[in-house]
Write a protein that binds this ligand. Structure first.
Ligand SMILES: [Zn+2]
Length: 322
């Protein structure tokens, strides 16, 4: 039941099938949460971590995409559909990142509120300047299916959460959204949002200082996930190894990236935990430079928390960008 964004029909079928399975296998599944607390379903880990901290003990938050999986594709299980069917709020990024979540909400919880955090923050467009769009297209076999739409030059970059200033806006937006359906705890949500806001503000200051001190500001990422992070901290993404996540780049495209790596004297390359690292490994072997790991989604042992994840990513850059 692997679902790629490209196939709305397969997607619809799988969600419907999972919904049927879920309902068939669950006699006592009502739409009412047993605890009486509001239930919130969140598409991806970094947003989940922020939402969970605002929710505190007053709401139940569930995560759909499990850590380690790529954020652009999703396999809904009957359990996922059941979780979503009980939720009063669905939180997703939007901007083409997680349409699978939107589909799940529509099918399993059509009456729930939907918060698309990507619509609540300033967004940026994708510009892969070092390697042109034609090459990127060729690297993808010239295909132009729905899979591509969120990673093409000129499109809005959906990885908005990797800028802590955006995270602050996301935290605010969620606190207000849940306050609307749980007025009794509105001030508790806002108070927790305030605490988190201060933490994010401090994190941002810290990372700003650390980014300024990086000897080499240009870096090459695995997929096009660190655009907001780079822009915010005065860094430059010089090339992207796998412009279409999950789709192995061609040898010709890899050679182009290698050219950039050599020309710009790039000190290291980075894979990402959610994607097969082989293209990055091949490149780093060929260029004889080290291979680090940048994590855009988190939830692993070193990245289990939004703040922890951004600190980890900066530490990884500090290790290699010199
Ligand atoms: Zn991505």
């Amino acid at each position: 039941m692997k679902i790629k964004l490209a196939s709305p029909f397969r997607n619809a079928f799988a969600v419907t099938a999972a919904l049927a399975l879920s309902l068939a296998g669950c006699k006592s599944c009502g739409s009412q949460a047993t605890s009486g607390k509001p239930k919130v379903a969140v598409s991806i880990y970094p947003i989940y971590d922020l939402v969970k901290q605002v929710a505190g003990q007053d709401a139940e938050v569930s995560l759909l995409l499990q850590p380690g999986k790529n954020e652009h594709t999703f396999d809904p299980t009957p359990k996922d559909v059941e979780e979503v069917s009980k939720s009063q709020i669905g939180v997703m990024v939007g901007l083409g990142l997680d349409p699978w979540m939107e589909k799940l909400m529509k099918d399993a919880a059509p009456k729930a509120r939907v918060l698309k955090v990507g619509d609540r923050v300033p967004s940026r467009t994708i510009d892969i300047e070092a390697i042109g769009e034609e090459e990127a297209h060729a690297a993808h076999g010239g295909k132009d299916d729905d899979d591509d739409h969120d990673h093409e030059k000129g499109q809005i970059d959906p990885h908005v959460w990797l800028d802590p200033q955006n995270a602050r806006l996301i935290v605010r937006a969620f606190a207000e959204e849940i306050a609307k359906i749980d007025a009794a705890h509105a001030n508790d949500y806002r108070a927790r949002a305030d605490v988190l806001d201060k933490e994010l503000e401090a994190l941002d200051k810290e990372l700003e200082g650390r980014a300024k001190a990086l000897p080499k500001k240009g870096f090459v990422t695995f997929h096009g996930s660190f655009g907001y992070f780079a822009k915010h901290y005065g860094l430059t993404v010089l090339a992207v190894i796998e412009p279409f996540p999950g789709s192995t780049p061609t040898g010709a495209y890899v050679q182009k990236v290698l050219g950039v790596v050599k020309e710009k004297k790039i000190p290291a390359l980075y894979s990402e935990p959610q994607l097969d690292p082989r293209p990055a490994k091949v490149l780093s072997d060929e260029a004889k430079i080290p291979l680090g790991v940048l994590d855009p989604v988190g939830g692993g042992p070193q990245t289990d928390g939004y703040v922890k994840m951004l600190r980890y990513d900066m530490a990884e850059l500090e290790k290699y960008q010199k």
